[in-house]
Design a protein around this ligand. Structure first.
Ligand code: TNX
Length: 505
């Protein structure tokens, strides 16, 4: 049973055996998918899956008549055939093939032979943007941990990793021309343990070198995942201001923030600050080929701008009404900068306030209001609704849940999520919904193990909401998931079990 559920899945007579003599043959245009599948299957099959005729053959072929990212898979005696419209479709067909194997095959050292029951699968995604936000700013994850997460996303046929690289509590991307961003901005003294709890008393930090990021981007690309970088502006910038106090409104030294919540320190609106961040983006664009680049735009407190003569002068000079319009002006400068370089700006729904930048894509997180408003104005949107998709929210009502977030978001809640907001159903503007993103925010998640616990299995439910046809069948999902959890067990994912937290939590 496949997760996310395919469009069509029917039994066929016979079965296919994967063993040390199985061969793999691919259309030359699918060479990279074939190399990936070989690398995944070789230790499992106990053979190299060389091209040619073995005792059984897996073939990867193209058929331009299939929808983008779509595939057909037929498995039977002697032959498994994956036919796809494009390389992404072939990759998803290959992922499905892996799920047709017994769960034990997800342990890399498992020795075959393994039997795949005869089957016909026809499949294509419902949405083209199937994302996950990973916050590596609040708590750093190592490159290896990010790569592992990328593989888990790919297993679920997700295709966008929205990497939240900067925030008040840490700057995680090396910028050659502004080295203090990581020398100073990547490190903080300690973390606040909970919204009201004591500090944890340990320093935190880390950052990705440009080589690390190139490696992450390439690794993700081979798995048909686009990495969308986020450099959050003009709020959520205390780490940058700690590194370069001239970016702030006070000009006095600051520390990288150790607490959570929305801080008051925001960027000033001087020309030199715009130039500074355009320089940051220049290097970011070199690293991330994504057509979409996020400049955040969320939760920018306006107190410092209200008190700043320079900000007030800017408002007057530009003939703006208020600080919201000033924020909008600020974001628009980056929209124009990105557009001139062939990229599209993505921003959180706060970028609606004070006027949207032309062509901006709105990531709607405060419920779905922003998605509805922006789509009606003709802007593309990504549904990131916190009430359905924030995987940092607690998974049950029990006292023993590790993270004391007030809002409860169960597996069932996530499974019930519908990417087209209620306010757009039956409206042609619904065509602006590119898809959806779940979010792993990490204020209260300080390890990869913690990410496993919070993200899974809710991310598996999310994957069905963006990939599979819109009908929901909770009982059917539970049955599929029960099998899928054995795969996660084999991979070593420490997901939250239905009976509550794991002992280490
Ligand atoms: C709101 S989502 C935020 C994040 C926090 C998250 C915690 C968004 C644009 N802003 O900075 O991490 O809530 O759930």
């Amino acid at each position: 049973m496949i997760v996310p559920k395919p469009v069509k899945h029917e039994p066929r007579p016979g079965s296919f055996v994967l063993d040390g003599r199985t061969s793999l043959t691919a259309d030359p245009a699918l060479g990279e998918v074939a190399a990936w599948l070989r690398a995944e299957l070789a230790p499992v099959a106990g053979g190299e899956l060389l091209p040619g005729e073995g005792s059984g053959t897996i073939t990867l072929a193209l058929d331009g008549g299939l929808p983008p990212e779509g595939y057909r898979l037929t498995a039977g005696p002697e032959r498994t055939e994956i036919v796809a419209g494009d390389p992404a479709g072939a990759f998803y067909g290959a992922q499905t093939f892996r799920q047709l194997l017994p769960a034990a095959a997800f342990r890399r050292a498992a020795g075959g032979p393994f039997t795949v029951p005869g089957v016909y699968v026809e499949d294509a995604p419902r949405f083209g943007w199937r994302g996950c936000i990973l916050d590596v700013a609040r708590h750093f994850l190592t490159k290896r941990e990010v790569l592992r997460f990328v593989d888990l996303m790919a297993l679920h046929k997700l295709n966008v990793l929205h990497l939240h690289l900067t925030d008040d509590q840490g700057w995680r991307v090396e910028i050659r021309r502004h080295p203090r961003l990581t020398e100073v901005g990547a490190w903080r003294k300690e973390s606040q343990a909970g919204w009201n709890g004591p500090m944890d008393g340990r320093p935190h930090g880390g950052y990705y070198t440009q080589d690390d990021l190139r490696e992450i981007v390439a690794y993700a690309a081979r798995r048909h995942i686009t990495v969308v970088p986020e450099i959050d502006l003009p709020g959520h910038t205390q780490a940058a201001i700690a590194a370069y106090p001239e970016l702030g409104n006070l000009g006095t030294p600051l520390e990288v923030r150790t607490g959570w919540g929305v801080g008051e320190h925001v960027l000033n609106v001087a020309d030199s600050t715009l130039t500074f961040f355009q320089g940051v983006l220049e290097e970011v664009l070199e690293l991330f080929p994504s057509p979409y680049v996020s400049v955040g735009g969320d939760e920018c407190r306006k107190d410092q701008w209200r008190a700043s003569p320079a900000a007030q002068r800017r408002i007057a000079e530009l003939g703006l009404r208020d600080e919201e319009e000033l924020q909008s002006w600020f974001i628009r400068q980056f929209g124009a900068y990105l557009a001139a370089r062939g990229r599209r700006l993505v921003g959180w729904d706060e970028i609606l306030e004070g006027g949207l930048a032309p062509g901006a894509v709105v990531a709607s997180w405060r419920g779905e209001y922003g998605a509805v408003a922006a789509a009606r104005r003709g802007h593309d949107v990504i549904n990131c609704s916190n009430t359905s998709l924030y995987l940092d929210y607690r998974q049950g009502t029990g006292e023993e849940e590790p993270v004391p977030f007030g809002t409860v978001l169960t597996l069932e809640d996530v499974y019930a999520f519908e990417p087209i907001p209620a306010g757009l159903r039956g409206d042609p503007a619904a065509g602006h919904v590119l898809g959806a993103q779940c979010g792993v925010w990490t204020e209260l998640i300080d390890s990869s193990r913690g990410v496993d616990y919070m993200a899974f299995p809710r991310l598996s439910a999310f994957a069905e909401t963006v990939w599979s046809p819109p009908e929901r069948d909770l009982e059917g999902f539970r049955t599929r998931l029960a099998e899928h959890l054995h795969r996660l067990d084999a991979i070593g994912v420490e997901y939250r079990r239905a009976d509550g937290p794991l002992p280490w939590q």
